[in-house]
Ligand binder design. Sequence first.
Ligand code: HEC
Length: 137
Amino acid sequence: MKNSIYVLVLLVFLALSACETYPYQQGKILYTNFCENCHMADGSGLKGLIPPLAGADYLQKYPEKIPCIIRNGIKGEMTVNGQVYDTEMAGIERLTEFEITNIINYIHTSWGNNLPVVEHLQVREWLKPCEKNVKPF
Ligand code: HEC
């Protein structure tokens, strides 16, 4: 009898911890499927062609632009960590607000990045003014 209580407590604990890590796991899986080809598994990018996400000043400076970049893509010159990039990134229009939020939070908390966690309602606001191929500023 006592044992079954321990088992129950363990199951509740496992269920709760699974809920907590789900957004991070989804962000990681989506990153692997949609971003890793270019930005690399460790977020380092490709020298001179694809900007890094690990330690990128761009993420800190323009957090409000990131959801639009993910949804619509971006082209034109942009500077990341002092290096100029001018390669087009295609958008991924089918990602939902939640999925975009989870990808951003995965990026914000991976590879030594320590950026604030963003809420999906914030991401919804940031997505509102998006137009095709937002220019960096
Ligand atoms: C086909 C290659 C490719 C894919 C796939 C791709 N990107 Fe990009 N990404 C780029 C390039 C190239 C730029 C720079 C665009 C420019 O020069 O204007 C960029 C820029 C960015 C930037 C702004 C600069 C920086 O480094 O902070 C972010 C953020 C970003 N990408 C996130 C993502 C995320 C998240 C995904 C997956 C959902 C993704 N990218 C998928 C190629 C790609």
